[in-house]
Design a protein around this ligand. Structure first.
Ligand SMILES: Nc1ncnc2c1ncn2[C@@H]1O[C@H](COP(=O)(O)OP(=O)(O)OP(=O)(O)O)[C@@H](O)[C@H]1O
Ligand SMILES: [Mg+2]
Length: 452
């Protein structure tokens, strides 16, 4: 059966003709003459796929019938038939939810065409609804991996901030997942259906930044043959992600602040402003307080953006997530169909002890590399040799090379000294020894300048 069609037409003969034509094409067509009968037929079931109704029925208004029929089934397509000359009424019906209209007199082929379209539309909507129900309700923050307490808290915070309209500032070291957080904020927000526009403030040369962000008018500068809208306008209705905001040049910061305050942008070379509706998420690995103190970041912009702050912790502060992340990244690096390598015990100890200055990105890269290097079902410590190169931690070195206590001690002192920038008094404090002990341990005083 091609579909069930209810035909409401008070001209009995015409109604029968329509139903007969539909039946010939394989539809289950039910002709009725009043809206009441139409509703009764719908309520008795089976539910129709399409309703074809006259708009000017003798006893009742076709529009009221249409609305009543769609009450219990908002996706029900209704085709309305109108007399020639009442297009206005037909358009009104379409505005109020009719699928389309047919102006009498019409050819039966035309009617068949619209019925076929309406049935197709109906089936698509039903299939779409079915697929949506079948999908697990996906959590927009689920891409942020990590089952440890820090990441659980972070996901909960992201979900709460997403619901707000205020700007969000995402802070964290390089590679901690700030961009991933920004995308999750967008997907979990009411703007998820709108655009997510990422702007990397480091990547755009200062001279181009204003026109990139705010757009330009035709003839605004040499080469501007046509005007173009900027990234802020592109993000309207969605989220504008300002990555590395700490690197935005001062003059642009002022223009950005003005745009945020007024909710409007002025294209380069334009006299008028254009309204924009954007939610700003900014990220930076810089310490913005230091930048403000140094005069490189506008304090008013800082306060404007510092409303909701999401701090993404470095990987070394959430080492409990390392095994899970490592396994997921190894799985990602394995071609489809293959089985990902396991992480051996020693290798895992190495991962757990590493300092991860490059955070999750470094771990991801390390696992991609290890998946290639290991060439077997297991990642061994030797496959992670390259990590040693930039650990900077004597303790990690010790795990592999087993040096003597004396050499380890000296190395550790040097490590702390490097940390304090050569300040021996600070180093001694950190090490919990007095300065003279420190000199003695380091051997005869060298011609090293002290910074005290
Ligand atoms: N919690 C996480 N779960 C899964 N993958 C992550 C997580 N955090 C980061 N990553 C991955 O690590 C890489 C770096 O993340 P991202 O680009 O978001 O970091 P970032 O903080 O923006 O870094 P940068 O400051 O260098 O721009 C990406 O490939 C990202 O998918
Ligand atoms: Mg980033």
């Amino acid at each position: 059966m091609r579909g069930r069609i209810i035909v409401v037409e008070d001209d009995v003969a015409f109604g029968r003709t329509l139903a007969a034509t539909l039946a010939e094409e394989g539809y289950d067509a039910v002709p009725v003459t009043t809206p009441e009968q139409g509703i009764e037929t719908i309520d008795a079931g089976p539910p129709p796929d399409v309703v074809l109704t006259d708009l000017r029925l003798k006893q009742a208004d076709g529009l009221a019938f249409m609305e009543r029929a769609r009450e219990g089934d908002p996706d029900l397509p209704v085709l309305v038939m109108t007399a020639f000359g009442s297009i206005a009424g037909a358009l009104d019906a379409v505005r109020r939810g009719a699928f389309h209209y047919l102006t009498k007199p019409f050819k039966l082929d035309e009617m068949l065409l619209y019925v076929e379209k309406a049935v197709f539309h109906r089936r698509l909507l039903m299939e779409h609804a079915r697929l949506r129900r079948a999908l697990p309700a996906s959590d927009p923050t689920s891409e942020l991996l990590g089952q440890g307490p820090a990441m659980q808290q972070l996901r909960a915070l992201v979900a709460r901030c997403a619901a707000a309209e205020a700007a969000v500032l995402v802070r964290g070291e390089s590679g901690t997942g700030k961009e991933l957080v920004a995308r999750a904020l967008h997907r979990a927000s009411g703007r998820a259906g709108g655009p997510f526009v990422a702007v990397n403030c480091t990547a755009i040369p200062e001279s181009l930044m204003e026109s990139e962000l705010f757009g330009y008018e035709q003839g605004a500068f040499t080469g501007a043959q046509r005007g173009r809208r900027g990234l802020v306008e592109d993000a309207s209705g969605g989220t504008l992600f300002l990555d590395e905001l700490g690197d935005m040049p001062l003059p642009l910061q002022g223009k950005l602040l003005r745009a945020l305050q007024s909710g409007a942008v002025r294209r380069v070379g334009a006299t008028r402003e254009v309204k924009v509706d954007v939610r700003v998420v900014a990220a930076t690995h810089r310490n913005l307080e230091d930048e403000v103190a140094a005069g490189r970041f506008r304090e008013d912009l800082y306060w404007r953006l510092n409303v909701l702050v999401v701090r993404v912790p470095p990987l070394r502060e959430r080492r409990e997530d390392i095994p899970e992340l490592a396994a997921r990244f190894l799985a990602r690096a394995t071609p489809p169909g293959g089985s990902p390598p396991r992480v051996g015990r020693e290798a895992l100890a190495l991962l757990a002890a590493h300092a991860w200055p490059g955070n999750v990105r470094e771990l991801e890269n390390a696992m991609t590399r290890a998946a290639v290097l290991c060439g077997s079902g297991e990642v061994h410590a030797a496959d992670l040799d390259f990590l040693g190169g930039f650990t900077g931690s004597p303790l990690e070195e010790a795990r592999r090379h087993l040096p003597t206590l004396a050499s380890l001690q000296e190395e550790y002192i040097r490590h702390v000294l490097a940390h304090t920038g050569g300040n021996r008094t600070r180093a001694a404090q950190i090490l919990g020894v007095d300065a003279s002990t420190l000199y003695r341990r380091l051997g005869p005083a060298r011609a090293e300048p002290t910074v005290d």
